[in-house]
Design a protein around this ligand. Structure first.
Ligand SMILES: [Zn+2]
Length: 251
């Protein structure tokens, strides 16, 4: 089962690379078929096998020999590993399907924010839409309480808090506001607060390391989306345990 899910994750990861490359340029995601960014040569199907083709071609385009970005196999691998982690956590059920889809969209957002410093609204809306459908199916098919109030609370309070930060400091972008709002809807009020706390801790640590190692200067903008997203994955998988541990520390 793990292996099948891993392969499936690699294939979706391969599609994510197309989204990451084309969406910020407003290009059609489905057409035309993939081509080499350096020489525009069409990439044959046997050179487009996730992970494997990169290794067999030793990271170079078959026609022009230019380097293929390591980002392509890394995104595929990350998505494959994410799916394995999720199937072990959720089991094979509706929760797995929806969180795997959301996880992939978040991975795309993470890479686009790192590369282009933007968070596309279309992807944030996809997260929100997936979460609404997920909750609706859980409610109508499995009779599970969708906790709509805590979800709306999470959306409004997390989004409102980040909006305040943007208005007061200008330190974040509008994309961070909508992203944290959508994730607030997914997680609900209690866990999104943990997500926010963790993203600030992560952001401070990584920023200090980047400044200390002189990889970035104080003037370089550092995108915040990736911190929100890494923190989201931690909270989704370990949130309840973290919450328990955190309060045991003080009570
Ligand atoms: Zn080429």
């Amino acid at each position: 089962m793990d292996f099948m899910v891993f392969i499936y994750g690699l294939l979706i990861g391969s599609f994510l690379n197309v989204v990451i490359y084309r969406l910020p340029k407003d290009e059609n995601i489905a057409f035309p078929p993939s081509s080499c960014p350096s020489c525009q040569a069409r990439i044959a199907w046997y050179d487009n096998i996730p992970l494997l083709s990169y290794i067999l071609l030793r990271g170079r385009c078959r026609s022009c020999g230019n380097r293929i970005s390591i980002q392509y196999p890394l995104v595929e691998l990350a998505n494959g590993l994410l799916y394995i982690r999720f199937i072990r956590h959720f089991g094979f059920n509706i929760d797995f399907i929806f969180y795997a889809l959301m996880g992939s969209v978040l991975l795309a957002i993470c890479l686009i924010d790192l590369k282009e410093m933007i968070i596309p609204d279309s992807l944030v809306l996809t997260i929100l839409g997936l979460s609404i459908i997920h909750k609706a199916i859980n409610f109508f098919v499995y009779d599970i309480n969708p906790n709509i109030l805590t979800s709306l609370g999470g959306l409004l309070i997390a989004g409102g808090f980040f909006l305040l930060i943007v208005l007061l400091t200008g330190g974040m972008g509008g994309g961070d506001v909508t992203l944290i709002g959508a994730l607030g809807f997914v997680l609900g009020l209690r866990l999104i607060l943990l997500n926010i706390l963790l993203s600030f801790v992560l952001g401070s640590i990584i920023s200090l390391i980047l400044l200390a190692t002189k990889l970035k200067t104080k003037k370089d903008p550092i995108p915040f989306g990736p911190f929100i997203i890494v923190a989201f994955f931690v909270v989704l998988l370990y949130g309840d345990r973290l919450f328990y541990w955190y309060f045991n520390l003080f009570l």
